[in-house]
Design a protein around this ligand. Structure first.
Ligand code: AHR
Length: 491
């Protein structure tokens, strides 16, 4: 038996909608052929953006989208991606498959995609192979409304008004693909580059994100906070769930029960990482002004057989849904420090929400988790604790987070990652009584997934396992399930 104790009167921080953010890189078929099919495509599109994908993503209210990388960001030169498409420079995407990048998707197209999605843009600048001037001019091009060389160039390219640029990353993985720098060297570079990321708009500040640690590199966080904490708004963290090792990561489908268990154990590791990075940040920033921005996370498996190894295309099953749900609950619990997170990546790359094949498209189990979790966006986190009888294990029998929205409705997301047993959870509301409860569920076998021929195998459904009586509220969660509850309390 499990009991979830919720204190409806005790809030513990604001859950930024950006915790449910996403990432789209010029990698494989994420942008080209995925989100962007081009204006002349037979695939239904609006200004080149795949309409079905935009519609599906609007339905889960994606809040923020990171672009153009990733490792690609530190070899991207933004001026190659503006102006008439016929004359845009071609380059080799050396990092991802050595394919030709024709730059037909650039700054204007990304801003148009964000407009259609109704989300905020998060642009990642180039420190590794770009100059301070180039980065500075990109910000001027995007955000400056007056008369200046870059603002004039933007107008010449058809966009009269300046855009808002709410989030800007100053380099990516500069400890690795972004220039193989030491923490001390990058901290200095960050200080220099960010100086010229000017605040041109009085109505919209650019939030500057410094490149943070690779998983458990706590020294990196310490150095960055010590030397540059004062001039950053956010510090990133990248953590991928790789079931085995980087040479043999494991397959996305056809995995064993043991692989399932290992994957979830590794996903849960992010809780410990956030706790330790936050503790270091607390030493320099006790007010928690600087956000921990987990701008790359998710599962990383071997690519699907027969696909380009540089394209990172993998299928997505209920195992991924479990990773997503456990992780999003963890982010909620750390919302005081985690101000944004971006799943890698939105379409056709790593742990995707959407897979496409020519004109065909499917929504993955991970997509349906975000659909359940969207109810937490911009809520206040509630103090809650799960108590479980019986032995503790490396993967909890059941895990949850709870929040309250502006109307006073309590939202709870519960995960039963177990493969065999249903879990009953009594919900203790600290003396308050539930008036009515609604619920939705995502459940299936551990490797259940959608295919282009059977795209509706896995999806959310109304949740029937709610027992509400004078005695109180309890729910029964089937194995391998995620549930969202909306609880209205009696006055
Ligand atoms: O998401 C794929 C890659 O993983 C990104 O380009 C890079 O930042 C990370 O190593």
């Amino acid at each position: 038996m499990n009991t979830l104790y919720i204190k409806p009167a005790v809030t513990r921080g604001h859950i930024s909608k950006n915790i449910q953010g996403h990432f789209s890189e010029h990698l494989g078929r994420c942008i080209y052929g995925g989100l962007y099919v081009g204006e002349n495509s037979e695939i239904p599109n609006v200004n080149g953006m795949r309409k079905a994908a935009v519609d599906a993503l609007r339905a889960i209210r994606i809040p923020v989208l990171r672009w153009p990388g990733g490792c690609f960001a530190d070899e991207y030169h933004w001026k190659d991606g503006i102006g008439p498409k016929e004359t845009r420079k071609r380059m080799v995407n050396t990092h991802w498959g050595g394919v030709t990048e024709d730059n037909s998707f650039g700054t204007h197209e990304f801003m148009e995609l964000c407009r259609q999605l109704g989300c905020d843009p998060y642009v990642n600048g180039n420190v590794g192979s770009g100059t301070v001037q180039e980065m500075s001019e990109w910000v001027e091009y995007i955000t400056f409304d007056g008369v200046s060389p870059m603002a004039d160039l933007r107008r010449q390219n058809g966009h009269e008004e300046a855009w808002k640029l709410p989030y800007f990353g100053v380099g990516n993985e500069n400890w690795g693909c972004g220039g193989n720098m030491t923490a001390e060297y990058y901290a200095n570079e960050y200080r220099r580059y960010q100086t010229y990321v000017r605040q041109y708009r009085s109505d919209s500040k650019v939030y500057k994100v410094a490149c943070g640690s690779n998983g458990g590199d706590f020294e990196w966080t310490d150095v960055l906070m010590k030397q540059a904490g004062w001039c950053m708004d956010g510090l990133s963290l990248h953590y991928y769930t790789v079931p085995h090792d980087w040479d043999h990561k494991g397959a996305a489908l056809g995995f064993s029960r043991e692989d399932y268990q290992i994957t979830l154990e590794k996903a849960l590791e992010i809780d410990r990482l956030i706790t330790r990075h936050s503790a270091i940040m607390d030493q320099y920033d006790p007010e928690r002004r600087v956000g921990l921005i987990v701008d790359e996370w998710g599962t990383w498996y071997d690519v699907e057989p027969g696909t380009n190894p540089g394209f990172l295309y993998q299928q997505n099953s209920m195992r991924d849904a479990m990773v997503a749900a456990l992780t999003l609950n963890i982010f909620n619990q750390h919302c005081e420090r985690v101000h944004m997170a971006n799943l890698a990546q939105l379409v056709n790359v790593l742990q995707s929400l959407i897979l496409t094949e020519g004109p065909r498209m499917l929504l993955t189990p991970t997509y349906y988790v975000f659909k359940l979790f969207q109810h937490h966006q911009e809520n206040e986190l509630l103090l809650s604790e799960m108590k479980t009888d019986g032995e503790k294990s490396s993967v909890p029998a059941v895990q949850a987070s709870a929040s309250v929205d502006q109307r006073g409705v309590i939202h709870v997301t519960l995960v039963n990652p177990g493969l065999d047993d249903a879990q009953e959870v009594k919900i203790d509301l600290s003396g308050r009584k539930a008036q009515d409860v609604t619920g939705s569920i995502l459940t299936g076998a551990m490797d259940a997934h959608n295919t282009f021929d059977a795209p509706e195998q896995v999806h959310n459904a109304p949740f029937e396992g709610i027992a509400l009586s004078e005695a109180g509220l309890s729910v029964t969660l089937p194995p391998v399930s995620v549930v969202h509850l909306g609880i209205r309390l009696h006055d």
